[in-house]
Design a protein around this ligand. Structure first.
Ligand code: IYR
Length: 248
């Protein structure tokens, strides 16, 4: 067990410090700009963040009230700080506010969802899981919410000379960016819903995205419709989601 927080002593614990002198000679490194916070302050800050996160709900009724573009830009900038495999940042966020385009997306999404709900593309177990949410193929929010933000995963990158380079841990990376996007939208006082019409390949065509991009999730973003209702869900208690493996 490492008890010391003394920088010199801890440094000495590492027989293979990072970066190695060879690595630092070849690639640029900077000292991490980290501000140490005392335990009390850390607790206060984490409580504030947790309480805010716990108030977040996915909503399905959005107000049509406009949301300025700079707020969407800010949420995407935050999302784009997510860690990613080999720092490839393999994501593209496409923000749509044009009513005609939103209407087109709604029609195509509802078409796919209609097949899902009506024609047994969803099995009984899936239907059972969704029953308390009462979702169906009607997706009016796709037109009413002021923004649709579609997150695409880049399976590979295309360099200026046209050659391609593989991206790594794409789903993990894009999933983390999605989580940060949801948190950023909530923190600024807006609401969203991770919506995954299935299949959603139509989003690549309708939004003119290149072959390496695959739609990952679509986020309607806006103010919640005042008074909107959400399922009365409880979150799992900590002891159901956290196992401290070194306790007996
Ligand atoms: N994509 C469908 C179905 C759906 C699936 C899950 I998992 C949900 O949590 C909610 C809905 C739809 O959006 O209706």
């Amino acid at each position: 067990m490492v008890k010391s927080v003394d920088a010199q002593e801890d440094q000495a614990l590492y027989r293979h410090p990072y970066p190695s002198p060879g690595l630092a000679a070849e690639y640029p490194f900077v000292t991490y700009d980290h501000r140490r916070i005392d335990d009390t302050t850390m607790r206060q800050r984490s409580e504030v963040f947790q309480a805010s996160a716990n108030r977040r709900r996915s909503v399905r009724m959005f107000s049509s009230h406009p949301v300025p573009l700079d707020l969407i830009e800010s949420a995407v900038a935050t999302a784009s700080t997510a860690p990613s495999g080999a720092h490839k940042q393999p994501w593209t966020f496409v923000a749509v506010s044009d009513p005609a385009l939103k209407s087109k997306i709604r029609k195509l999404a509802e078409g796919e969802e209609h097949e899902n709900y009506r024609k047994n593309r969803m099995n009984a177990e899936w239907r059972e899981a969704l029953a308390p949410l009462g979702t169906d193929h009607h997706k009016e929010f796709l037109e009413i919410a002021p923004w649709l933000v579609v997150l695409f995963a880049q399976r590979y990158e295309v360099l200026d000379d046209g050659s391609t380079r593989k991206n790594y841990y794409v789903k993990e990376s894009v999933g983390m960016a999605a989580g940060l996007f949801v948190a950023a939208i909530h923190e600024m006082g807006l609401a969203t819903l991770p919506h995954t019409p299935s299949p959603m390949a139509f989003l690549r065509t309708v939004l003119n995205r290149p072959n390496q991009e695959r739609p990952f999730v679509m986020f309607p973003v806006g103010h919640p419709l005042p008074g909107t209702r959400v399922p009365d869900l409880a979150r799992k208690p900590l002891d159901e989601v956290l196992v401290v493996a070194d306790r007996d």
